[in-house]
Design a protein around this ligand. Structure first.
Ligand SMILES: C[S@@+](CC[C@H](N)C(=O)[O-])C[C@H]1O[C@@H](n2cnc3c(N)ncnc32)[C@H](O)[C@@H]1O
Length: 296
């Protein structure tokens, strides 16, 4: 039987993670809100600078809670708003380097063609088959891997190492060894649990958790959304912690994590905390998305 509250969910702003002790987290897997993306977060931020301030504050707070040598993996992409591209990937990389992380890797996540949800811009050239009309459809995102100093490989007991062994056949067969990962994304269509949430597919946290954490360690998602990282972390025998600012996601997280239900390991212990700085975002955002759709 697990001990009490080994998993934590905090509804509040992750710029402050006071519930977590210094160096208490072994891996961060997350995807921050896409800067004012028209389909998910219209006008969530007053400016691009405000978005970057959020990222910087979170990078600082993560530096405090991450154990030394450990990884923060950020799934991000540049955002296109009204024909203007914002260099989110480059700016986040720069911020993390400035905050003292080692920029270890960038993996390109490629989604299948036909799974594009945002703008199909390539049609412009079909209408105008001439130079200068080229706007490709975007089917990729970046998985940025930052490291909090050097990792001491000798610190991990042999037994834990063995329990966390990576399946080499899967690694070869599914080409985890490449810096390009072909993974089908989640479309937040009606009647899906993830509707209205830019959720990533389970395969992304699955690979990252397998590749960068040991069994029994703690995995944190500061921008929890529907709770995909937490679900996979728990399935893989890791402890999990999530922060989410939007209280309206609580029922979705509860359902995804099958909280309060008995599992193979006994009753799951989750501590849920709702702080005063929580917001009610989804209804508001969905209304904005709908009215923008009508105007189009
Ligand atoms: C891209 S979504 C994450 C989706 C998640 N990976 C999943 O699979 O469901 C980003 C989430 O961050 C939340 N968020 C935005 N600002 C936040 C903040 N300051 N603190 C905590 N959560 C925040 C949003 O409400 C949103 O649910």
């Amino acid at each position: 039987m697990r001990t009490k509250a080994e998993n934590k969910i905090i509804f509040g702003d992750c710029q402050n993670m006071e519930e977590l002790e210094d160096n208490s987290v072994h891996l961060v897997v997350t995807s921050p809100p896409y800067f004012n993306a028209p389909f998910d977060y219209p006008d969530l931020f007053e400016s691009y600078e405000q978005f970057l301030d959020l990222i910087r504050n979170v990078a600082k707070e993560l530096k405090r809670v991450l154990d030394s040598g450990r990884i923060a993996a950020f799934v991000v992409d540049d955002t296109l708003i009204k024909g203007k591209k914002y260099p989110v990937v480059a700016d986040i990389t720069k911020i993390f380097i400035e905050e003292g992380y080692k920029y270890r890797e960038r993996i390109v996540w490629v989604k299948p063609e036909g799974y594009i949800r945002i703008s199909r811009r390539s049609g412009v050239l079909l209408q105008h088959p001439y130079p200068m009309y080229y706007y490709p459809d975007n089917i990729q995102e970046s998985i940025l891997i930052f490291q909090n100093g050097e990792f001491d490989y000798k610190k991990i007991p042999t037994e834990i190492k063995e329990e966390s062994r990576i399946d080499i056949n899967k690694y070869q067969r599914e080409k985890w060894y490449l810096s390009v990962w072909n993974i089908t994304n989640v479309l937040p269509i009606n009647n899906r649990l993830e509707k209205g949430i830019a959720a990533f597919p389970e395969e992304i946290p699955y690979r990252l958790i397998k590749l960068f954490s040991y069994r029994g360690e703690t995995v944190l998602d500061p921008f929890m959304g529907s709770g995909t990282t937490l679900k996979v972390a728990r399935d893989l025998g890791r402890r999990c912690v999530g922060y989410e600012i939007d209280l309206e996601l609580l029922p979705i997280v509860k359902e995804k994590l099958k909280m309060n239900q008995y599992t193979l390991f006994g009753k799951d212990s989750f501590e849920v905390k709702i702080r005063d700085d929580v917001k009610h975002l989804r209804t508001q955002l969905q209304e904005k998305v709908k009215s923008a759709g009508k105007r189009r």
